[in-house]
Design a protein around this ligand. Sequence first.
Ligand code: NAD
Ligand code: ZN
Length: 381
Amino acid sequence: AEFEGFPETVIKCKAAVAWEPNKPLVIEEIEVAPPQANEVRIKIVATGVCHTDLYHLFEGMHKDGFPAVLGHEGAGIVESVGPGVIEFQPGDKVIPLFIYQCRECRFCKSPKTNQCEKGWAADRYDVMASAESRFTCKGKKILQFMGTSTFSEYTVVNQMAVAKIDPTAPLDKVCLLGCGVCTGYGAAVNTAKVEPGSTCAVFGLGAVGLAAVMGCKAAGAKKIIAVDINPEKFEKAKVFGATDFLNPKDHSKPISQVLSKMTNGGVDFSLECVGNVGVMRSALESCVKGWGVSVLVGWTDLYDVATRPIQLIAGRTWKGSLFGGFKSKDGVPQMVKAYLDKKVKLDEFVTHNMTLAQVNDAIELMKHGECIRTVLSVSPQ
Ligand code: NAD
Ligand code: ZN
């Protein structure tokens, strides 16, 4: 028998299924199982399309990561909860999180990291999907990309991977806090710890890089150099606080030398928001010796990253950042509040609005550098 709050019904709904790498997604009817103990079933209202979705589909192509429902930058409304869930109720506005915050493991207890040891990310970084899934389609198990799968009208996630947010928040904007904007902003503020009066360089001006620019500005940087091979991104970068613009294609010298010359020896902070190991090296080598800090934000697991040891011996620091260093369950509601208080921008990232049925068009736009963020409306609210 079904009793209030613990449904036993399977939901049939639409989702965009990635059956195999390098192929368009297919809108299918999938079955979404009821939430089990400590799980929450969420009606996804809106989702952004992030480059990490494209990475999995076209670049990483991990064989154990398909078939899957992609999407990890969404927002929605709790539909039902499983046994043991007291924090959430049907009707709550939430953002699913691709890293857990269990609050109990040694990583959660340390202020030094956001890398909870629970959840898919604990040991399946390379596969990028949870081993378990609540989705089936045509009799096959469909994986949940990054444990979330927001390209679906409904999804099920563990309560440790859900943030309850302000009920007045517009879901078609705050969905961007589920990944890209927290990632870039936090990489500057939490990981690089950009200082007032400093000089920064941000490589790659997608949503992640633009959010990093916004973070540098919020931290009080005085010079923020925006670097991209697509000069059409510069106008947007200005909106978020960039002061200078560099297209590596306009220079015959390596971009690290150009930056070093522009800044009397290199920048204090650099952030790589592309996902290219060559750019990662340039970003590090663009930093000033002695104290320069470079942060890897772009996602890739395909090649080694390299530099000459002297670059680090000379006093540079090389770091990486996952989800901007934000402890997910704590950080996301705070960033939603910062948006509602007009302390961080979100609307300016949205260049296109589409529906879930148009997800392949949204992917094409990003592939060709023609959008910052496309927000897909998934279910009616
Ligand atoms: P995007 O595709 O919208 O933006 C990438 C930008 O990089 C584009 O503007 C492109 O023109 C620019 N670019 C490409 N090659 C370049 C080069 N050689 N030099 C300078 N700029 C170059 O992507 P996005 O959604 O903003 O994501 C950016 C990266 O961040 C991706 O690698 C994504 O997977 C990664 N990411 C990481 C995390 C994390 O937690 N670390 C989270 C989200 C996304
Ligand atoms: Zn992402």
